[in-house]
Design a protein around this ligand. Structure first.
Ligand SMILES: NC(=O)c1ccc[n+]([C@@H]2O[C@H](COP(=O)([O-])OP(=O)(O)OC[C@H]3O[C@@H](n4cnc5c(N)ncnc54)[C@H](O)[C@@H]3O)[C@@H](O)[C@H]2O)c1
Length: 395
């Protein structure tokens, strides 16, 4: 497949590095940038045969099969519309929309045009994430009760992120979109997110948006998703996930402290995304493009186009994420639990299955099994009919 890039900024270069690094049979061939000099520089750097400052010209070229959107959030919808009009498969960076209404229109456009809409949620493709998802699907940690994801860094690299009109909000829409989708994957995409409670604050920066937020998302099966985001964190990019299930636990640290530690007096340059320093003890990342999920993500996207299937992350997923974030913004205003409004829910319609309680025998539930320092084994049981709680000591 031949791939065209819209945008030539920060994420366009990460994507281009991933496209050039793997799946060489899918070729990045052209770029659009509103600034023709930047388009030319990008084309020169990645040896592309065509560059332009006219988006429609690029998207409608017959040699383009797939378009990658790497533009600011307020430009995603118009770019998707251009791709739908030209009948080109479209892969859009996160967040899909500035809000759920925009995301829904984008979803409807790709479905009406019969093209694939891939949602470029890279953090759901990191090697650690994919392996942890496999463990969850295998049942290694039982029923997921609580999934928490955190992304915090010292703030984004371009002016438009800091303008709520262009970006759709602050740290919550920018980083929360990753965290919401990570937790949603662990809990199960078929489970409906029901309501959200959220705190936001502008703790440091002079902006009309939040630079920190924490949210709780209640799911229909009783599980809880949690996100923590900030543009005020000092010390690099903190990407961590925690999942708690009835049979186990997963903790992931995706970026800082990945086992690569380096000391430098500061003679070098770039260390890793959002690293705040190039001196002292540093935490580089071996292959950033891979560790951040970009290579696995594009492989899945192109395979899905080829096989006429859906990728792991589609425009529908992007829409659900925006719907959850809309409820989070609403909750931050009202200080109440707010419902997640979803048009055309495609998952399960069942609700809370009650506590995930294990039976001990025909008459009792097992509340707790404990081995004490003395070596004594204790069983705390609840009678299924009378509700009486008793203890059995063994050994
Ligand atoms: N991990 C991730 O998935 C990740 C990381 C960073 C950014 N992003 C997303 O990628 C998108 C772009 O972010 P970025 O970090 O590359 O930003 P950036 O500012 O580095 O680059 C933005 C690009 O859009 C172009 N642009 C800006 N305003 C424009 C306008 N009015 N008309 C036409 N072109 C315009 C710029 O020239 C530049 O090429 C955003 O949606 C952002 O949320 C995703």
């Amino acid at each position: 497949m031949n791939v065209a890039m819209l945008g030539s900024g920060f994420i366009a270069r990460f994507y281009a590095d991933a496209l050039v690094a793997q799946r060489a049979k899918d070729k990045l061939i052209s770029v659009y940038s509103r600034n023709i000099d930047k388009a030319k520089k990008f084309a020169d750097d990645y040896q592309l045969s065509f560059y332009t400052d006219d988006m429609d010209v690029l998207v409608s070229r017959p040699d383009v099969d797939v378009v990658v959107i790497s533009l600011p959030n307020n430009l995603h919808e118009a770019a998707v519309a251009a791709c739908a009009k030209a009948g080109k498969h479209v892969l859009c960076t996160k967040p899909l929309g500035r809000n759920a209404a925009e995301a829904k229109r984008m979803l409807d456009m790709v479905e009406a045009a019969g093209i694939m809409g891939g949602y470029l949620e890279d953090l759901c493709y990191t090697p650690k994430f994919l392996k942890s998802m496999k463990a969850v699907k295998d049942g290694s940690i039982g029923k997921v009760l609580w999934a928490k994801s955190r992304e915090a860094h010292p703030g984004p690299h371009s002016d438009w992120f800091w303008d709520a009109e262009q970006s759709g909000g602050g740290a919550m829409v920018d980083l929360g979109c990753h965290c919401v989708e990570i937790a949603r994957n662990y809990i199960g995409k078929e489970i409906r997110p029901v309501e959200v409670m959220c705190w936001t604050a502008t703790q440091v920066h002079p902006i009309n948006a939040e630079d920190s937020a924490i949210g709780l998302i209640k799911y229909a099966n009783g599980a809880m998703g949690q996100f923590e985001v900030s543009w005020c964190f000092r010390g690099g990019m903190d990407l961590r996930d925690e999942v708690m299930g009835t049979e186990g636990t997963i903790w992931l640290n995706n970026f800082l402290r990945t086992g690569f530690e380096m000391f430098s007096t500061g003679k070098g340059g770039y260390v890793a995304e959002k690293a705040e320093s190039n001196s002292g003890w540093l935490f580089p990342v071996g292959d950033e493009v891979h560790e951040l999920g970009y290579t696995n993500m594009f492989t899945d996207m192109f395979n899905a186009i080829e096989n006429k299937t859906q990728p792991l992350e589609s425009f529908y997923d992007g829409y659900i994420v925006n719907a959850i974030l809309d409820a989070a913004y609403q909750s931050a205003k009202t200080r109440q639990w707010e419902p997640v409004q979803i048009e055309g829910w495609r998952g399960d319609t069942t609700s809370d299955s009650g506590p995930a309680t294990a039976s001990y025998d025909d008459d009792h539930y097992l509340i707790k099994k404990e081995i004490l320092p003395s070596g004594e084994h204790k069983l705390i049981l609840k009678h299924k009919v009378t509700g009486e709680v008793t203890v059995r000591e063994i050994g």
